[in-house]
Structure formats: structure tokens, C-alpha cells
Design a protein around this ligand. Structure first.
Ligand code: BYC
Length: 334
């Protein structure tokens, strides 16, 4: 084949490749515009894959790191019943991490790579888990406020355009509802107990309310990912929309608990049909997500230690899988 012929063939094959890619892009665009689901087998733009891998893996890391503040209270829960409930909740969080790592893996990055990004401090996890759980009431506040915020943020994610993520979120949200309920119940009992217990519940709410509002992410004007994620039907609402929904939901619940939300600017706005709320401390948020929150160092030290202490479990599981494979191959061969 001479050079002009080779050039001609290359041009034809580039055009065909281009056409294929265009057809794949058109199909993807159609799925998004019809509000259908994108599945792992489907072609997807690299940016879509990257954004989802980032969000889903960070979500998984949050579930795993999020076990720490609560697990710390399992041995100190005030009764056997409370201990059993808290253990079940913490185990649920581990399960959420597993569903989410599995969903993230379908996008092409293996779980050990995602996990290494967390261990190397290259991947984020939710800001809220860098705060300590100082008292038993904090466990109530985490359940009521943190899981409440999680539900508000995650129910719309059940309709995320990426199938494995949306389906994982359905089960996670069902379990989060039980988690919020258990937090509410702890706070209700404390706020209807002795004055000291009520004060303990109020102090916990005072500590966790602001950080819970920050879980929804930066204000819309400072959220670089929202616009594209919403155009791809990954996020259905902006950070501020969900934060507002959460505030509106929590005000009557706080009244029912007999507790106060620590915001002097919180008031009903008749015109907007929503509660107005005060400015959040975004400098604190930036500091926490850049590694300088009260517990960032402790959380990562614990995660790294747990990972290395668990090495024998991973080795045993891999060896068992290898033996089973050899055994099955022998049976097929026989
Ligand atoms: N903390 O452009 P933006 C749970 C980062 S687990 C830390 O708005 P996006 C539970 C953001 O990643 C709850 N970082 O981003 C578990 C981005 O940085 P990168 C976890 C945050 O992705 C155990 C940058 O700021 N929930 O409930 O469009 C026990 C700019 O933000 C945070 C999820 O993961 C934050 N709070 O929106 C109990 C939900 N906020 O990545 C309970 C799924 C923002 O560009 N994720 N950043 O370097 C989401 O819905 C979205 O990712 C977010 C952020 C709303 C969080």
C-alpha cells in the first residue's frame, strides 16, 4: 500500500470512528433527555464517568469514615437495647459503603484504587465526620440531623441517571429513615428527661446543626460541579435548594422535640414560603475539607490502622477465592 492509499484509509477509518462516537454520544444524550438510565455497558462521556466516580467513591468513603464517631459510643451506650440499635446502625453504614464501592467499580476504577485514594488523603469524604461525638446526646444529634440531612440529599439521588448508583441509593435511603428515627428518639427521651439531660440534648444540637447544613456542600455560586451534574441528571437539585428543604423540614421537628435550632436569624418568610436562615461559616467548612477540622487527623489514622489490621482478612478471602476457583476448575475438568 502506498502512502496516499494509507492516508486515505486512515481518513476513512477516522471518519467511521468519529461517526460511531457521535452515534454513541447521541444515544447518551437521548437517554439523559428522556430521563432514562445509563447502565455500565453504555458508552458515556469521560467527564460523566469521572464525575460519577468522584461522587460515588467519596460517598462510599463518607459512609466508611462515618462509622467512627458512632462506633466510638457502642461500648458506652446507656442500655443493652441502645447498644444493639447503635451496632445495627453502624453495620448499616458499612453496608452502604460496600454497595457504593460496588456501584463505583462498575464505572471502571477498581475498589483498591479508590480505597488507596482515601488512604493517601487524595479523596474527600463528608465534612461532618471530622467533628467529635462528645456525649451520648451527640449520637442522637447525628442520627436526627446528620442522617436527616443525608436523607434530604440522597432521596433525589435514587433518581440519579446512572443505574447502579440510583439503585444503591434506594436501599440506603430506606435504612437512613430508620437511622434518623433512632436519633430523634434518643433526643426526644433526653429532652423530656431531667433538666441536665435536656441541656445535653440542646448542646448536641447546637454543635451539629451548622455542620449538618454544610453537608449539602458550598453555596450554589461556589459549587463548580453542580451545573454539569444537574445537566446530566446526577444531581436533581442544587446544594442551596436541598439545604433550604432541610431547614424547612427541621424547624417543626425541633419544635416537636422541644429543642431550639441555634440560629437567631431563623424565621418564616411568608413571601418565599420558606424559612430564612442565617449565614453559615464557610471558612470553617473550607478549613474542615482541607484537612484542618477537629478530627481529620484522628479519622484518617484510625482508617489507615483498620486497613492494615484487616490485611489478613483480605489475604484469607483472596486465598479462599483462589482455592474455590481451582476446585471448580478441577470439577469441570473431571
Ligand atoms: N464535605 O461542586 P460541589 C452519611 C466538595 S454519608 C466534603 O458542590 P458536588 C452517613 C466536593 O466534593 C453522607 N467535601 O460538589 C454516613 C467538591 O470537591 P471535589 C455523604 C464536600 O459533588 C455514616 C467541592 O467541595 N453524602 O450520610 O457537586 C453515618 C465543591 O462542591 C462537601 C454524600 O456523599 C462536604 N460536605 O456536590 C451517618 C452524598 N460538599 O470533589 C451518615 C453524595 C462539597 O471537586 N454526594 N464538597 O474535590 C453529593 O450529593 C455531592 O457530592 C455533594 C457535593 C452535595 C456532597
Amino acid at each position: 500500500m502506498n502512502a496516499p492509499q494509507a492516508d486515505h484509509l486512515k481518513a476513512v477509518s477516522d471518519a467511521a470512528l468519529g461517526e460511531d462516537e457521535q452515534a454513541a454520544q447521541n444515544y447518551f444524550d437521548q437517554l439523559i433527555s428522556e430521563d432514562s438510565r445509563v447502565e455500565p455497558r453504555d458508552w458515556m462521556p469521560e467527564g460523566y464517568r469521572k464525575t460519577l466516580t468522584r461522587q460515588v467513591s467519596q460517598h462510599a468513603h463518607s459512609e466508611i469514615i462515618g462509622m467512627q464517631p458512632e462506633a466510638n459510643w457502642i461500648t458506652r451506650a446507656p442500655s443493652l437495647k441502645r447498644k444493639a440499635i447503635l451496632m445495627a446502625k453502624v453495620q448499616d453504614e458499612a453496608g452502604h459503603g460496600l454497595y457504593l464501592y460496588s456501584a463505583a467499580e462498575t464505572l471502571g476504577t477498581p475498589r483498591d484504587v479508590l480505597n488507596q485514594q482515601l488512604l493517601d488523603g487524595k479523596a474527600k469524604y463528608s465534612s461532618i465526620f471530622n467533628y467529635p461525638a462528645r456525649t451520648w446526646a451527640d449520637i442522637g444529634a447525628i442520627g436526627w440531623l446528620v442522617d436527616g440531612a443525608a436523607i434530604c440529599n440522597q432521596v433525589p439521588l435514587c433518581r440519579a441517571s446512572y443505574g447502579p448508583y440510583g439503585r444503591a441509593m434506594v436501599r440506603i435511603c430506606k435504612e437512613e429513615s430508620f437511622h434518623q428515627r433512632q436519633g430523634w428518639e434518643i433526643l426526644y427521651e433526653l429532652s423530656h428527661g431531667t433538666p441536665e439531660q435536656k441541656q445535653m440534648a440542646q448542646d448536641a444540637v447546637n454543635r451539629f446543626y451548622g455542620p449538618a447544613l454544610q453537608m449539602f456542600g458550598p453555596p450554589d455560586e461556589d459549587s463548580p460541579n453542580s451545573k454539569q451534574s444537574m445537566a446530566w441528571n446526577i444531581k436533581r437539585f442544587s446544594n442551596d435548594e436541598l439545604r433550604q428543604r432541610f431547614v424547612d423540614m427541621m424547624v417543626p421537628q425541633a419544635e416537636a422535640l422541644g429543642l431550639t435550632l441555634p440560629d437567631p436569624d431563623l424565621k418564616w418568610n411568608e413571601e418565599r414560603g420558606h424559612y430564612d436562615y442565617g449565614k453559615l461559616d464557610w471558612n470553617e467548612f473550607k478549613s474542615v475539607i482541607s484537612g484542618h477540622g477537629p478530627c481529620n487527623v484522628q479519622r484518617m489514622q484510625r482508617r489507615r490502622a483498620a486497613h492494615s489490621e484487616g490485611a489478613w482478612v483480605r489475604e484469607a478471602a483472596a486465598e479462599y477465592a483462589r482455592k474455590m476457583e481451582a476446585h471448580n476448575a478441577e470439577l469441570i475438568g473431571a
